[in-house]
Design a binder for this molecule. Structure first.
Ligand code: PLP
Length: 395
């Protein structure tokens, strides 16, 4: 198996136009244009076990784009970044409870998995390996529903340490927030003294250098970033208000750590990713244009079959679900899609040389390596696969 640019190849050498893109990090494709000189990098040492000047430089560059991250710390994975942000929020507030949203995904640690989207499918703690005690400190609200948030906040009665949310959700399909939702979370966090955490692990850089927070104009207390930051190498970070981050050891009592956190490869790639994005605004605009074209052709294919599924596109993300009616607003909507149809579609697309994520909860990620030809090829495969499904009576 190998992968290059926008393509993945199976063991028989068959080529697939890839829209999984490793679930998001590969904004520049499988072989980003800035990978040269990795041997020289390795020759400087593969992991240091201490903070390096490059790490500080990358932290400052990130802060330059996300001013809300006044102080930040690197981790290896997004899961660790979110887990650490929650720990800091708990230390800062002296409280335990966390309010999050069904269908959002924040990583594979216990608390995050309960009622999560993506491939998790763990609606119940019992039997899924999530300790019941963990769920006792957790409330899971409906996305885009401030009444549900209010109901749960009233139940938690001043015990909430953090409100954790994807400001644009990419883990129950693509779901944008309704006007006022994030502002409402900001106001409620302030009112009840909780820390508002934006999980921007998918959105930062994919939606541009200012991330979702610049787009929605709401400032969180803490932010988590990852995925695109490493250009495919494992690096993530959490950070935010300096006074909250001061709870971290050695200044404060909250310990976080990681043998490979801030490892030189990840940090070097982070610097290269920012160098590239800061100097190539045109490639993101071009990718967005291709994503828009793909969404438009999917709409035309659906219309031709009299299917009124919502087709969504934001920056380089494209998504549609096998469900009639308005776009998904919450996980309740998303769970009403036709998973059997999606599974058939997945296989029909694969047969035609296009790789989609196997879970109906995921989205299509375009990269800057996907060209007009790839998009045209994919649009043709979608049209043919939908017709195939119609002929079999699936849609
Ligand atoms: C929004 C979000 N947060 C956190 C994570 C976890 O990141 P990682 O897989 O790097 O642990 C993911 C992964 O898909 C994600 O989509």
């Amino acid at each position: 198996m190998r992968a290059e640019g926008p393509y993945a190849y199976d063991e028989q050498g068959r080529r697939y136009a890839d829209y999984v893109m490793a679930y998001g990090p590969l904004l520049f494709g499988h072989t980003p244009p800035f990978l040269g000189g990795l041997d020289a990098l390795a020759a400087r040492g593969v992991v240091y076990g201490s903070t390096s000047p490059d790490e500080l430089a990358l932290a400052e560059r990130i802060r330059g784009h996300l001013p809300s991250m006044e102080r930040l710390r690197f981790t290896t994975t997004g899961s660790e970044a979110v887990q650490s942000a929650i720990r800091v929020a708990r230390a800062w507030t002296g409280r335990d409870a966390v309010l999050k949203f069904s269908g959002n995904y924040h990583g594979h640690f216990d608390l995050a998995l309960q009622d999560a989207g993506a491939s998790a499918e763990t609606p119940h703690a019992g039997g899924s390996g999530i300790p019941r005690a963990v769920v006792g400190d957790l409330a899971v609200a409906r996305y885009n529903d401030l009444d549900d948030v209010d109901r749960l906040l009233a139940m938690l009665d001043g015990r909430v340490a953090a409100i954790l949310v994807e400001p644009v959700c990419g883990n129950m399909g693509l779901v944008e927030t309704v006007p006022g939702f994030l502002e409402g979370l900001r106001a409620r966090a302030d009112r009840c003294g909780a820390v508002l955490i934006f999980d921007e692990i998918i959105t930062w850089l994919r939606l541009g250098l200012g991330g979702a927070q610049a787009r929605v104009g709401v400032t969180p207390d803490l932010t988590t970033v990852g995925k695109v930051l490493g250009g495919g190498f494992p690096v993530a970070a959490f950070g935010g208000r300096a006074e909250i981050m001061a709870m971290l050891a050695p200044d404060g009592p909250a310990f976080t750590g990681g043998t490979h956190a801030g490892m030189p490869f990840g940090i070097a790639l982070g610097l290269r990713v920012l160098d590239y994005l800061e100097t190539h605004a045109d490639v993101l605009a071009q990718t967005e244009r291709r994503a828009r074209a793909l969404a438009a052709s999917i709409r035309a294919s659906l219309r031709a079959l009299a299917l009124d599924y919502a087709v969504l596109q934001l920056a380089s993300i494209v998504d549609f679900k096998f469900r009639s009616g308005p776009p998904t607003r919450s996980y309740d909507d998303q769970q009403r899609d036709d998973q059997r149809a999606y599974a058939a579609f997945y296989h029909a697309m694969r047969e035609r040389g296009v790789l989609l994520p196997p879970s109906h909860n995921e989205v299509m990620f375009l990269s800057t390596a996907h060209g007009d030809d790839d998009v045209a090829f994919t649009a043709g495969a979608i049209e043919a696969s939908l017709r195939d499904l119609r002929a079999k009576g699936i849609v």
